[in-house]
Write a new protein. Structure first.
Length: 499
């Protein structure tokens, strides 16, 4: 394993030692309970800052502030006004990219090279794309077939107050996926951010205020899922919840939404198949298959963790992926040379370690990795090496359950019918990959895979213009693309009987 010594940039000014507060109604306030909790750097275990611990009482205040803002001037703002404001936010984010990326890296361990790319690329691009969509919202003019001079048309209107609940695995990007479409549609938002990584969203909220976002349009509550998150999901004055996270939590949100029949967007778990045919370009497929699962230390819902390799090239391909894994630089995520940083928390480390033990116990062989890293500078952090298990059976725990760590389960297959049946034999359907030089194979397999996204000869490609969302227990609703804005709109039919 290649261990790189860290090179640490200066701490951002935002981490000033003062406890971070909640944003409610345009004001930065303490939690009603007065409680706070600490957030840690997963690379070192050191405390970064204290954060207010919001709960149901704070959610009540935030929702009330969002309702007032929606019923006020913001609810009547013209699309061009929303667009202009969103473009100012995008400009401010772009001007503060280095700080946003650094906060992501410090708070959840994303390597700096990756967090810089995400902040400067998808985050800013999503705000600008959604700003363009704000002025493209329209209904239809209809001419009903019933007798008389009757005109009908439809209106697309903001759905109202939105509760956004985000995970910790990409703080800046996940916050953007909730804030940008809500603003474009004309909604107001209460954003509940993950307790493991709260800092980036708070700084982004400051920048939104600096851009001139009216009070109460965006409210940010930090706290725990079982208190603040649950209260937001069940709140009867929230019109929609947009949630990204685990399938199990998604079930809780579905049940909680029943009180007032909220509209839901759910982007949930995955156990995505990544299929390599024997005619694939191995120079492209080896790093592609490796980073499909190892990127962001495997803490990605769309990770291609079930690697299906056609039998004739199985031994060669898995050996090459193992060599690639061993060559990846593991170390402090603040070092630009680092490719694999720590996982987010000790709890996540223990969870992944349990799966590593289960893989070995059930008969799989670790060709790379396989146990926590504890040597030298990594001893105090939460480091799991890129791990490739070979000889995996479909019924093994590591092949069935979402690990959310840098772990690949490699399995051999014989032909298209074999691999499609096995790839689809999962409760999930978020993403998938196909590697082949045969366009007919690519088309045939892509049509048969039960997943919301299929990448061919690539993986993890994302763009604000292209919709993303899952099948089956990976959730419903879309993010990105024009469909993203539609998730925040209600359609109204207007009939006019011209007398």
């Amino acid at each position: 394993m290649n261990i790189h010594q860290p090179i640490r940039p200066a701490k951002p000014a935002f981490l000033d030692g003062k406890a971070k507060k909640l944003l409610i109604g345009g004001k930065w306030v303490d939690a009603q309970s007065g409680k706070s909790f600490t957030t840690k750097n997963p690379a070192t275990g050191e405390v970064l800052d204290a954060v207010a611990e919001g709960d149901a009482a704070d959610i009540d205040l935030a929702v009330a502030a969002a309702r007032r803002a929606f019923d006020g001037p913001w609810g009547r703002a013209k699309p061009a006004e929303r667009q202009k404001l969103m473009l100012r936010i995008a400009d401010l984010l772009e001007a503060n990219i280095a700080e946003i990326a650094l906060l992501d890296t410090l708070d959840m361990g994303m390597p700096l090279a990756f967090s810089n790319y995400v902040a400067s690329g998808p985050v800013v691009a999503t705000f600008r794309f959604c700003a363009g969509q704000a002025v493209a919202i329209h209904g239809e003019t209809l001419y009903p077939s019933i007798p008389g001079d009757v005109l009908a048309y439809t209106l697309k209107e903001p759905i109202g107050v939105v509760g956004g609940i985000v995970p910790w695995n990409g703080p800046a990007f996940n916050a953007t996926w909730k804030i940008a479409p809500a603003l474009a549609a004309g909604c107001t938002l209460v954003l509940k951010v993950a307790e493991q990584a709260s800092l980036t969203a708070l700084r982004m909220a400051e920048l939104c205020q600096e851009a001139g976002l009216p009070d109460g349009v965006l409210n940010v509550v930090t706290g725990y899922g079982e208190t603040a998150g649950a209260a937001l999901a069940a709140h009867r004055d929230v019109d929609k919840v947009s949630f990204t996270g685990s399938t199990e939590t998604g079930r809780h949100i579905i049940r909680a939404s029943a009180g007032n029949i909220k509209k839901l967007t759910l982007e949930l778990g995955g156990k995505s198949p990544n299929i390599v045919f024997d005619d694939a370009d191995l120079e492209q497929a080896v790093p592609g298959a490796a980073m499909a699962a190892f990127g962001n230390s495997g803490q990605v819902c769309l990770a291609g963790t079930r690697l299906f390799v056609q039998r004739g090239i199985y031994d060669e391909f898995t050996a090459r992926v193992a060599d690639f894994a061993k060559a990846l630089v593991v170390g402090d995520p603040l070092d630009p040379a680092t490719m694999i940083g720590p996982v987010v928390s000790e709890e996540q480390l223990d969870r992944i370690s349990g799966y590593l033990a289960a893989g070995t116990a059930e008969g799989a062989e670790a060709l790379a990795g396989g146990a926590r890293l504890t040597e030298g500078a990594l001893a105090n952090g939460y480091y799991v090496p890129p791990t490739l298990f070979s000889g995996v059976r479909d019924d093994m725990t590591i092949a069935r359950e979402e690990i959310f760590g840098p772990v690949i389960s490699a399995m051999a297959f014989d032909d298209i019918d074999d691999v499609v049946q096995r790839a689809n034999a999962t409760d999930f359907g978020l993403a998938s990959g196909v590697w082949t030089s045969n366009i007919n194979v690519a088309n045939k397999v892509s049509r048969r895979l039960r997943a919301g996204t299929v990448w061919v000869n690539g993986y993890s490609l994302m763009d604000p213009a292209v919709p993303f969302g899952g099948y089956k227990m990976s959730g419903y609703g879309k993010e990105s693309g024009s469909a993203h804005i539609d998730e925040y709109l209600a359609s109204k039919a207007v009939w006019i009987n011209t007398l």
